[in-house]
Design a protein around this ligand. Sequence first.
Ligand SMILES: C[S@@+](CC[C@H](N)C(=O)[O-])C[C@H]1O[C@@H](n2cnc3c(N)ncnc32)[C@H](O)[C@@H]1O
Length: 303
Amino acid sequence: MLIDLQVHRLSTTSLTVWILAMPKVYRRRKRPVTLVENRGTSGTPRASRTVIRKFHRLLKQQKSARGDTLANVNREIEELGGLERYQRMSCIGQGMDRGGGSEKVLIEWMKQMGWADRKEKGERRHRLLEVGAVKPDNYRGCTSWLDATAIDLRSRHPSILEQDFLLMDQSRHREAWDVISLSLVLNFVPDGKDRGRMLVQAHSMIRPGGLCFLALPLPCVNNSRYMTSERMGELMDAVGFSRLEERWRPGGKMIYWLYRRRPTPEKWAGKPFGKKEVLRQGGSRNNFHILLQRPTAAASEES
Ligand SMILES: C[S@@+](CC[C@H](N)C(=O)[O-])C[C@H]1O[C@@H](n2cnc3c(N)ncnc32)[C@H](O)[C@@H]1O
């Protein structure tokens, strides 16, 4: 099995700090999620968006908070219902807001590329790593040509492995995956450098010619001070990915991309993506950004 089973090692991420502060929530027995969530009165898409936004704001505050402020932020997260409630709200958003999950878009693109024809040709199935899986069965209709592994920081189902993507063993997973999906995960991660690290790590774990699927809330790109679709393309290019597809619609909520991994990153060192750069002026912008750190000489040689 490709996944590290020493899952959930201690992480330096802020989320782990919070998890350690909330042992009861984390140790609760896992119950398989049913496909139809019990939405109750607060389970409307609008209510789910409010919880999700508040959760993201708290995660961001948690990153820099210390002492009493940190305790207050942790308490607020706990009162909000923690990661468990966030994931429940995400499921509602996935079902109601978007007419289904992002996996539909990825499946459609993979089929267009002929990936579903493998069975007839007798080749092995494509290996997909789905990072940030709140449902266990997103790819159940594709098992004849797709071997999907689902991971999340907090597993909601026995078939979702509890694993921090950023802590996966890079030497074991180097070029091990045909496709990695990061759907609504980059925007969950509160730190721009960690977002960049996720992309660099995905690059090293995807085989040459393999695919990286990204999905973000549209405002991360069309209303951010620091991010545009063009900038996302430049960043991905610097990491070593070429854009194959982009999908969004005016007034829509999501943007989706499909990238192909090139054999080696090109001209990384010259790109100035280590600092935030204002790309849009105006007071009502959000601050979504991604920062790339120049890899060490050793890491460059490896990739
Ligand atoms: C908004 S949900 C996304 C759910 C689903 N992928 C979708 O598109 O609707 C974000 C999920 O990403 C998970 N996540 C965030 N950072 C992660 C990491 N470093 N490793 C694994 N999962 C992570 C969170 O725990 C959360 O369940």
